[in-house]
Design a protein around this ligand. Structure first.
Ligand SMILES: NC(=O)c1ccc[n+]([C@@H]2O[C@H](COP(=O)([O-])OP(=O)(O)OC[C@H]3O[C@@H](n4cnc5c(N)ncnc54)[C@H](O)[C@@H]3O)[C@@H](O)[C@H]2O)c1
Length: 399
């Protein structure tokens, strides 16, 4: 079966299990939902700004609240967390709109508040349940990365979003950062030819140590638990892998990985603290990802190797060097190398909310959407399966 015959969505649907595929029969003849069944939107009109409920008032919610203070189209109207004092702390950070109401039970917040959208900022293993509950309650959803822990969970989330016709946008904010947008635009226009492979990484120090009263008594820090977090490839790789997917612009097909707990000087944990992942894409390109939690000092560059050039990408700079294989006669002068400072303006956290406001107003489709979020999870789940079973994983067989 030739891959070229399949559209992007059809390829993704190939990986769906029967029940989920049935739920996606809403998809039109061209495999897209947008034209046939647009999102149900709530125009702000006289109601004023869109009302957002935050599910999970932990560390990440601080950044979201901080930028939402400057997004006039969205007010944080309700907070939900199982630890009440965190809601009190977060409420103090909110500088506009009415005082947010606080809930320790998500269902109550969904029933009692007239919200337009919910931000799912809970630990990774709870993204699916929060997303589905919010969508079923008729709310649009912004879900933090990683979208979920399994492809089956992503399929369910996508299916419910499409059935309820509510938006599902994933929180990999680099897609909205000026720096990454400029980098990808420049790479697309460069004369490097086909991208053949990449060497990308997320090396960093260990997770922060939570305060003693941050979680209910007896509840461990979820990032140290493999079943709740997914380890370094899910938690950090989700960003790097998403950018790689964006630049390759192709579907992941096969994954092989080794990952484990490597640095026994760190805290006791079941979640992996290092991993290497190799992925073959439908275009033929191969990603080589490395991640760990015991890197100190500046983070490393990402490399993309193409037929006619090599691209080096750091947080602040893009370099492109052109060349050709030694021993071949020179066909034409090489293009000038590119050395470009990438624009600032934040990591994209702010821009993803101004964009989401347009989604809520019916002016844009969610981006990155559930299908893009799912591609990263195909790789993350495939990597875990490969490391556990010591085999190469075909991502279309994951469920
Ligand atoms: N995009 C990014 O750059 C970025 C950065 C950091 C974290 N994240 C993601 O954001 C999410 C949250 O990370 P964090 O660092 O804030 O974690 P955290 O542990 O600080 O916060 C999670 C919060 O969820 C609450 N919670 C747990 N179960 C709940 C439930 N059933 N109902 C309501 N609240 C519940 C916890 O009490 C906690 O306050 C994770 O998925 C993480 O991967 C994304």
């Amino acid at each position: 079966m030739s891959l070229e015959r399949f559209s992007r969505r059809e390829l993704i649907r190939e990986g769906l299990v029967a029940g989920e595929a049935a739920a996606l029969t809403l998809l039109g003849a061209h495999g897209t939902l947008a034209g046939n069944s647009p999102l149900i939107i709530n125009k702000p009109g006289d109601k004023g700004p869109f009302k957002l409920g935050i599910l999970g008032c932990g560390n990440r919610s601080k950044s979201h609240i901080s930028v939402l203070n400057d997004v006039s189209e969205i007010d944080v109207a309700a907070l939900c967390d199982i630890v009440p004092h965190k809601m009190d702390q977060r409420a103090k950070l909110i500088r506009k709109g009415p005082k947010p109401r606080k809930y320790i039970d998500m269902e109550k917040m969904l029933q009692q508040e007239d919200l337009d959208a919910i931000a799912i900022l809970t630990p990774n293993h709870l993204h699916k349940q929060g997303t589905i509950a919010a969508l079923e309650a008729g709310k649009h959803v912004f879900c933090e990365k990683p979208m979920a822990l399994t492809v089956a969970d992503c399929n369910e989330m996508i299916a419910v979003s499409e059935r309820t016709r509510r938006a599902l946008q994933i929180g990999t904010q680099r897609r909205h950062s000026n720096a990454y947008k400029k980098a990808v635009e420049t790479i697309r226009k460069a004369s490097v030819g086909k991208i053949l492979s990449s060497d990308v990484n997320s090396y960093r120090g260990d997770w922060r140590v939570p305060e003693e009263d941050e979680y209910p008594p007896g509840v461990e820090y979820w990032r140290l638990n493999q079943d709740k977090c997914g380890g370094v490839v899910y938690e950090m790789g989700a960003h790097t892998i998403d950018v790689n997917n964006w630049i390759f612009d192709s579907e992941p097909l096969t994954v092989v990985s080794l990952q484990d707990v490597n640095n026994l000087a760190l805290r006791t944990r079941s979640s992996t603290d290092h991993g290497g992942v190799l992925v073959r894409y439908a275009s033929g390109a191969m990603m080589n990802y490395g991640g760990n939690l015991y890197a100190y000092g500046p983070s490393g560059a990402d490399y993309f190797f193409a037929v006619n050039g090599t691209i080096t990408l750091t947080a602040g700079e893009l370099d492109i060097h052109y060349g050709q294989a030694r021993g071949f006669p020179t066909q034409k002068p090489l293009p000038k190398p590119v050395k470009m400072k990438l624009p600032g303006g934040g990591d994209g956290t702010m821009d993803q909310w101004t964009y989401f406001a347009r989604v809520l107003a019916g002016q844009a489709d969610p981006y990155p959407d559930g299908y893009m979020g799912r591609q990263s999870i195909q790789i993350c789940q495939g990597a875990i399966a490969s490391a556990q079973q010591r085999i190469v994983i075909n991502v279309n067989e994951l469920a």
